[in-house]
Design a protein around this ligand. Structure first.
Ligand code: IVH
Length: 717
């Protein structure tokens, strides 16, 4: 899609833009066009190739730049701009739409014999000795169809009943691997319907379930459910949060510029005239390549074209063996006759095409007995029931306990002690109970009784009306104290290597550790005497604890284990302050102004910083030498304008002239008295006069507004 030279150029343009935050001497229209071009390029690197060339932060800066420029020039906004992916219509109903051709499903095969059978029929019908096949993964997600007209994404729909689906264009615009424009015209195509699968990668699935857990919501069972549930979300922003991907794998219909149409259904005797040899649309593998070249994520890299069915069987087995190593879930392979002319000849039955078949992998499900339920208390006091099962081997691991989340979940799944349950493990995803099997009950099963007092400290449990979770609210509850410390030292939090859960528990039980600051005051002399603590491991532990004092603020914010504050929110929070104690002065309302911070989250943060005990703990951590300041922000604040010259003219709306000048100076800027070639920035307020006119004549002077100055200074505009 992008050659080496072009990639280099685009990367260089990004670098220049990121440095100067504008294109010197460019018109708004040019700037917008260039930014769109760059964002599309970076989206492609990230979502299609999985090889980003800029950080998320840098991408975001380019995005914000485009957004600002477009907002300033509404006339230049177009629906295909990367900024238009963010739909805003809440409560969208979904219109029913007709697919251009029915979305048929595939016949299944389960073993080599089934595949041999499929091949035999295809050879008999075609009269050929050997058939060329294209094999690709069978993606385990939700089926979609996309229509592009005149190179623009015109409509996206769910599969529905195969004939009619629901229009979900706004939601699918959130899926960054679906281009909003694609140059189909290059291939003589005026209209095209493409089929594909929306999937959630294993990584996104884990991240999303982690987020759900932070919200005390039960996780989704598997990435397939997560993907299909996402398509019909009411709020496109929520779709965005789920980090979906789309693989496009089939062209079901197209209209050429000359009006000729080809669909899955028509058997066109003249097809060879329209799709000559070499035309990408003449073979299935050619269509995949075309889609790939146009910026779609097609299975171009995963597919293989082979001669004859034995090679098909081999490739299916080869892929099945590496199934767990893939970043996304697949539940089999799809085998397609590669030649489209031959596909057309083979046609279809009333249910399935005769030119394609799915090869299904063995399901990773098992049944086992639910023997009992244990109740665990987490760091926020949430009491989680954990089902104890007869150990069973499933997809590479032995499973003997599975979280069953909360009372509602137990009721929904109709779980009883003594039940036979069906469990499923999708790839490296945490196992789930799919369902119980009430038909196998013999009457000896017993209901799962939920405790009303904390299984650890015995204090009464509480449940908020809007929540499904029972909680122990005794903050001195041993279980919570220990879990909080385990969280604090964990990898994603303060990352204190060689500490870990086992040591937290051990030191706590021995009375060496009673709270988080205690981590930095461990009695090493006593620990040195413990079994398993030789000099080397003690040194390692000391060094790891020492190093953690320098962890950046966002890690500390996350490590505090504030309810609903996950890693992303912690970053947003940490970036918004200069010192952690600044949160004391933030109201709930202030907090909700931040991205990703809703009312519930804001309330939880606010309460955390109202609590004297928490503030006391933070003071202790500060004295112990931990990083409570946002160093990044301070660095930016101190030197971001170093050596740059400024002049203010006209009446500023937000700042007094003297304040603005002080702000520039505090960041290393220099205030000059007149317009000359030495001036870097002229900041223009209302009714600016001769200075502005003069500056316009000097190319090198950047003329900026007050808001732009504030942004430059790293302040909220
Ligand atoms: S081809 C007319 N290719 O599996 C042929 N389908 O029952 C259209 N699927 O409904 C389907 N990966 O949702 C095709 N590489 C792939 C696929 C694939 C997943 C799904 C699709 C379809 C079902 C087959």
């Amino acid at each position: 899609m992008y050659g080496t030279q072009q990639t280099r150029e685009l990367q260089e343009q990004s670098r220049v833009l990121l440095m100067h935050a504008q294109i010197p001497g460019s018109t708004a229209a040019n700037e917008i066009a260039q930014l769109r071009n760059l964002l599309r390029f970076h989206e492609y690197r990230y979502y299609v190739l999985n090889e980003p060339l800029v950080s998320d932060f840098e991408y975001d800066q380019l995005y914000q730049l485009l957004l600002r420029t477009e907002n300033k020039h509404p006339a230049l906004q177009t629906p295909d701009s990367p900024t238009q992916r963010v739909g805003s219509s809440l409560n969208q109903g979904f219109a029913t739409v007709q697919h251009l051709v029915p979305m048929l499903s595939l016949d299944n095969s389960y073993n080599a014999d089934d595949l041999l059978d499929f091949d035999r029929k295809a050879r008999e019908l075609s009269g050929l000795d050997t058939i060329d096949y294209c094999i690709e993964p069978k993606f385990d997600g939700a089926s979609i169809s996309l229509i592009y007209e005149n190179d623009m994404l015109a409509r996206a729909a769910t599969r529905g009943d195969g004939v009619e689906g629901e229009e979900i264009t706004n939601n699918l615009k959130q899926v960054r691997s679906i281009p909003l424009t694609a140059e189909f015209s290059r291939y003589g195509l005026q209209q095209i319907e493409i089929r594909g699968e929306v999937i959630m990668s294993k990584k996104s699935f884990d991240r999303y379930n982690g987020w759900l857990a932070e919200q005390a919501l039960p996780p989704l069972a598997n990435p397939r459910n997560a993907a299909s549930g996402s398509l019909r979300m009411k709020d496109p922003k929520e779709v965005h949060r789920r980090g979906l991907d789309a693989f496009l794998y089939h062209v079901s219909f197209f209209t050429m510029a000359d009006g000729w149409q080809k669909s899955d259904e028509n058997h066109d005797a003249d097809i060879k005239d329209h799709l000559e040899k070499g035309d990408p649309l003449r073979t299935h593998s050619g269509s995949l390549k075309m889609l790939w070249d146009l910026g779609f994520r097609s299975p171009e890299k995963e597919k293989r074209v082979v001669k004859g069915i034995q090679a098909v069987i081999d490739y299916c087995h080869e892929f099945e063996a590496k199934r767990d190593d893939l970043p996304y879930e697949i539940d089999g392979m799809v085998v397609k006759v590669n030649d489209v002319v031959l596909q057309d000849k083979l046609g279809m039955t009333s249910h399935h095409p005769r030119w394609a078949v799915a090869f299904k992998f063995k399901a990773r499900q098992a049944t086992t007995a639910l023997r009992g339920v244990e109740f665990q208390v987490g760091r926020t006091g949430a009491v989680t029931p954990v089902a104890k099962l007869d150990p069973v081997y499933l997809g590479g691991v032995t499973v003997s306990s599975i979280s069953i989340h909360n009372e509602e979940y137990i009721r929904e799944k109709d779980l009883k002690i003594g039940d036979t349950v069906l469990i499923e493990r999708a790839g490296d995803v945490i196992p789930q109970i799919v369902k119980s099997m009430p038909e196998l009950r013999d009457g000896s099963e017993t209901a799962i009784a939920f405790p009303r007092s904390c299984p650890v400290c015995k204090s009464e449990l509480f449940k908020e009306e809007t929540e499904a979770v029972w909680r122990c609210i005794n903050i001195e509850c041993e279980a919570q104290v220990v879990e909080k410390m385990i969280h604090f030292v964990s990898k994603d939090a303060m990352d204190i290597k060689s500490f870990g859960e086992a040591n937290v528990r051990k030191f706590y039980e021995l009375g060496f550790l009673k709270d988080i600051p205690g981590i930095y005051r461990l009695p090493y002399d006593k620990i040195g005497g413990l079994e398993g603590f030789g000099k080397k491991s003690l040194d390692n532990l000391k060094a790891a604890i020492e190093a953690s004092r320098q962890q950046p603020l966002h890690r500390l914010v996350y490590a505090l284990g504030i309810r609903f504050v996950g890693e992303t929110t912690a970053k947003t929070l940490a970036n918004s302050v200069e010192n952690i104690f600044d949160f004391k002065d933030r109201s709930e309302e202030d907090l909700t102004q931040m991205e990703d911070v809703g009312v519930k989250v804001a309330k939880s943060i606010h309460q955390f910083f109202l609590n004297e005990q928490n503030l006391h703990m933070l003071k202790e951590l500060e004295q112990l030498g931990l990083q409570l300041k946002n160093q990044k922000k301070q660095a930016v604040a101190a030197g971001s304008l170093t050596g740059k010259t400024f002049l203010f003219t006209g009446t500023l709306a937000k700042l007094k002239r003297s304040e603005a000048e002080a702000m520039a100076e505090a960041r290393g800027g220099v205030i000059v008295s007149g317009v000359s070639a030495k001036l870097n920035y002229l900041v223009v307020g209302e009714d600016a006069g001769s200075k502005l006119e003069k500056a316009k004549k000097i190319n090198t002077v950047k003329i900026i507004s007050e808001d732009e100055f504030l942004e430059l200074a790293g302040e909220e505009a």
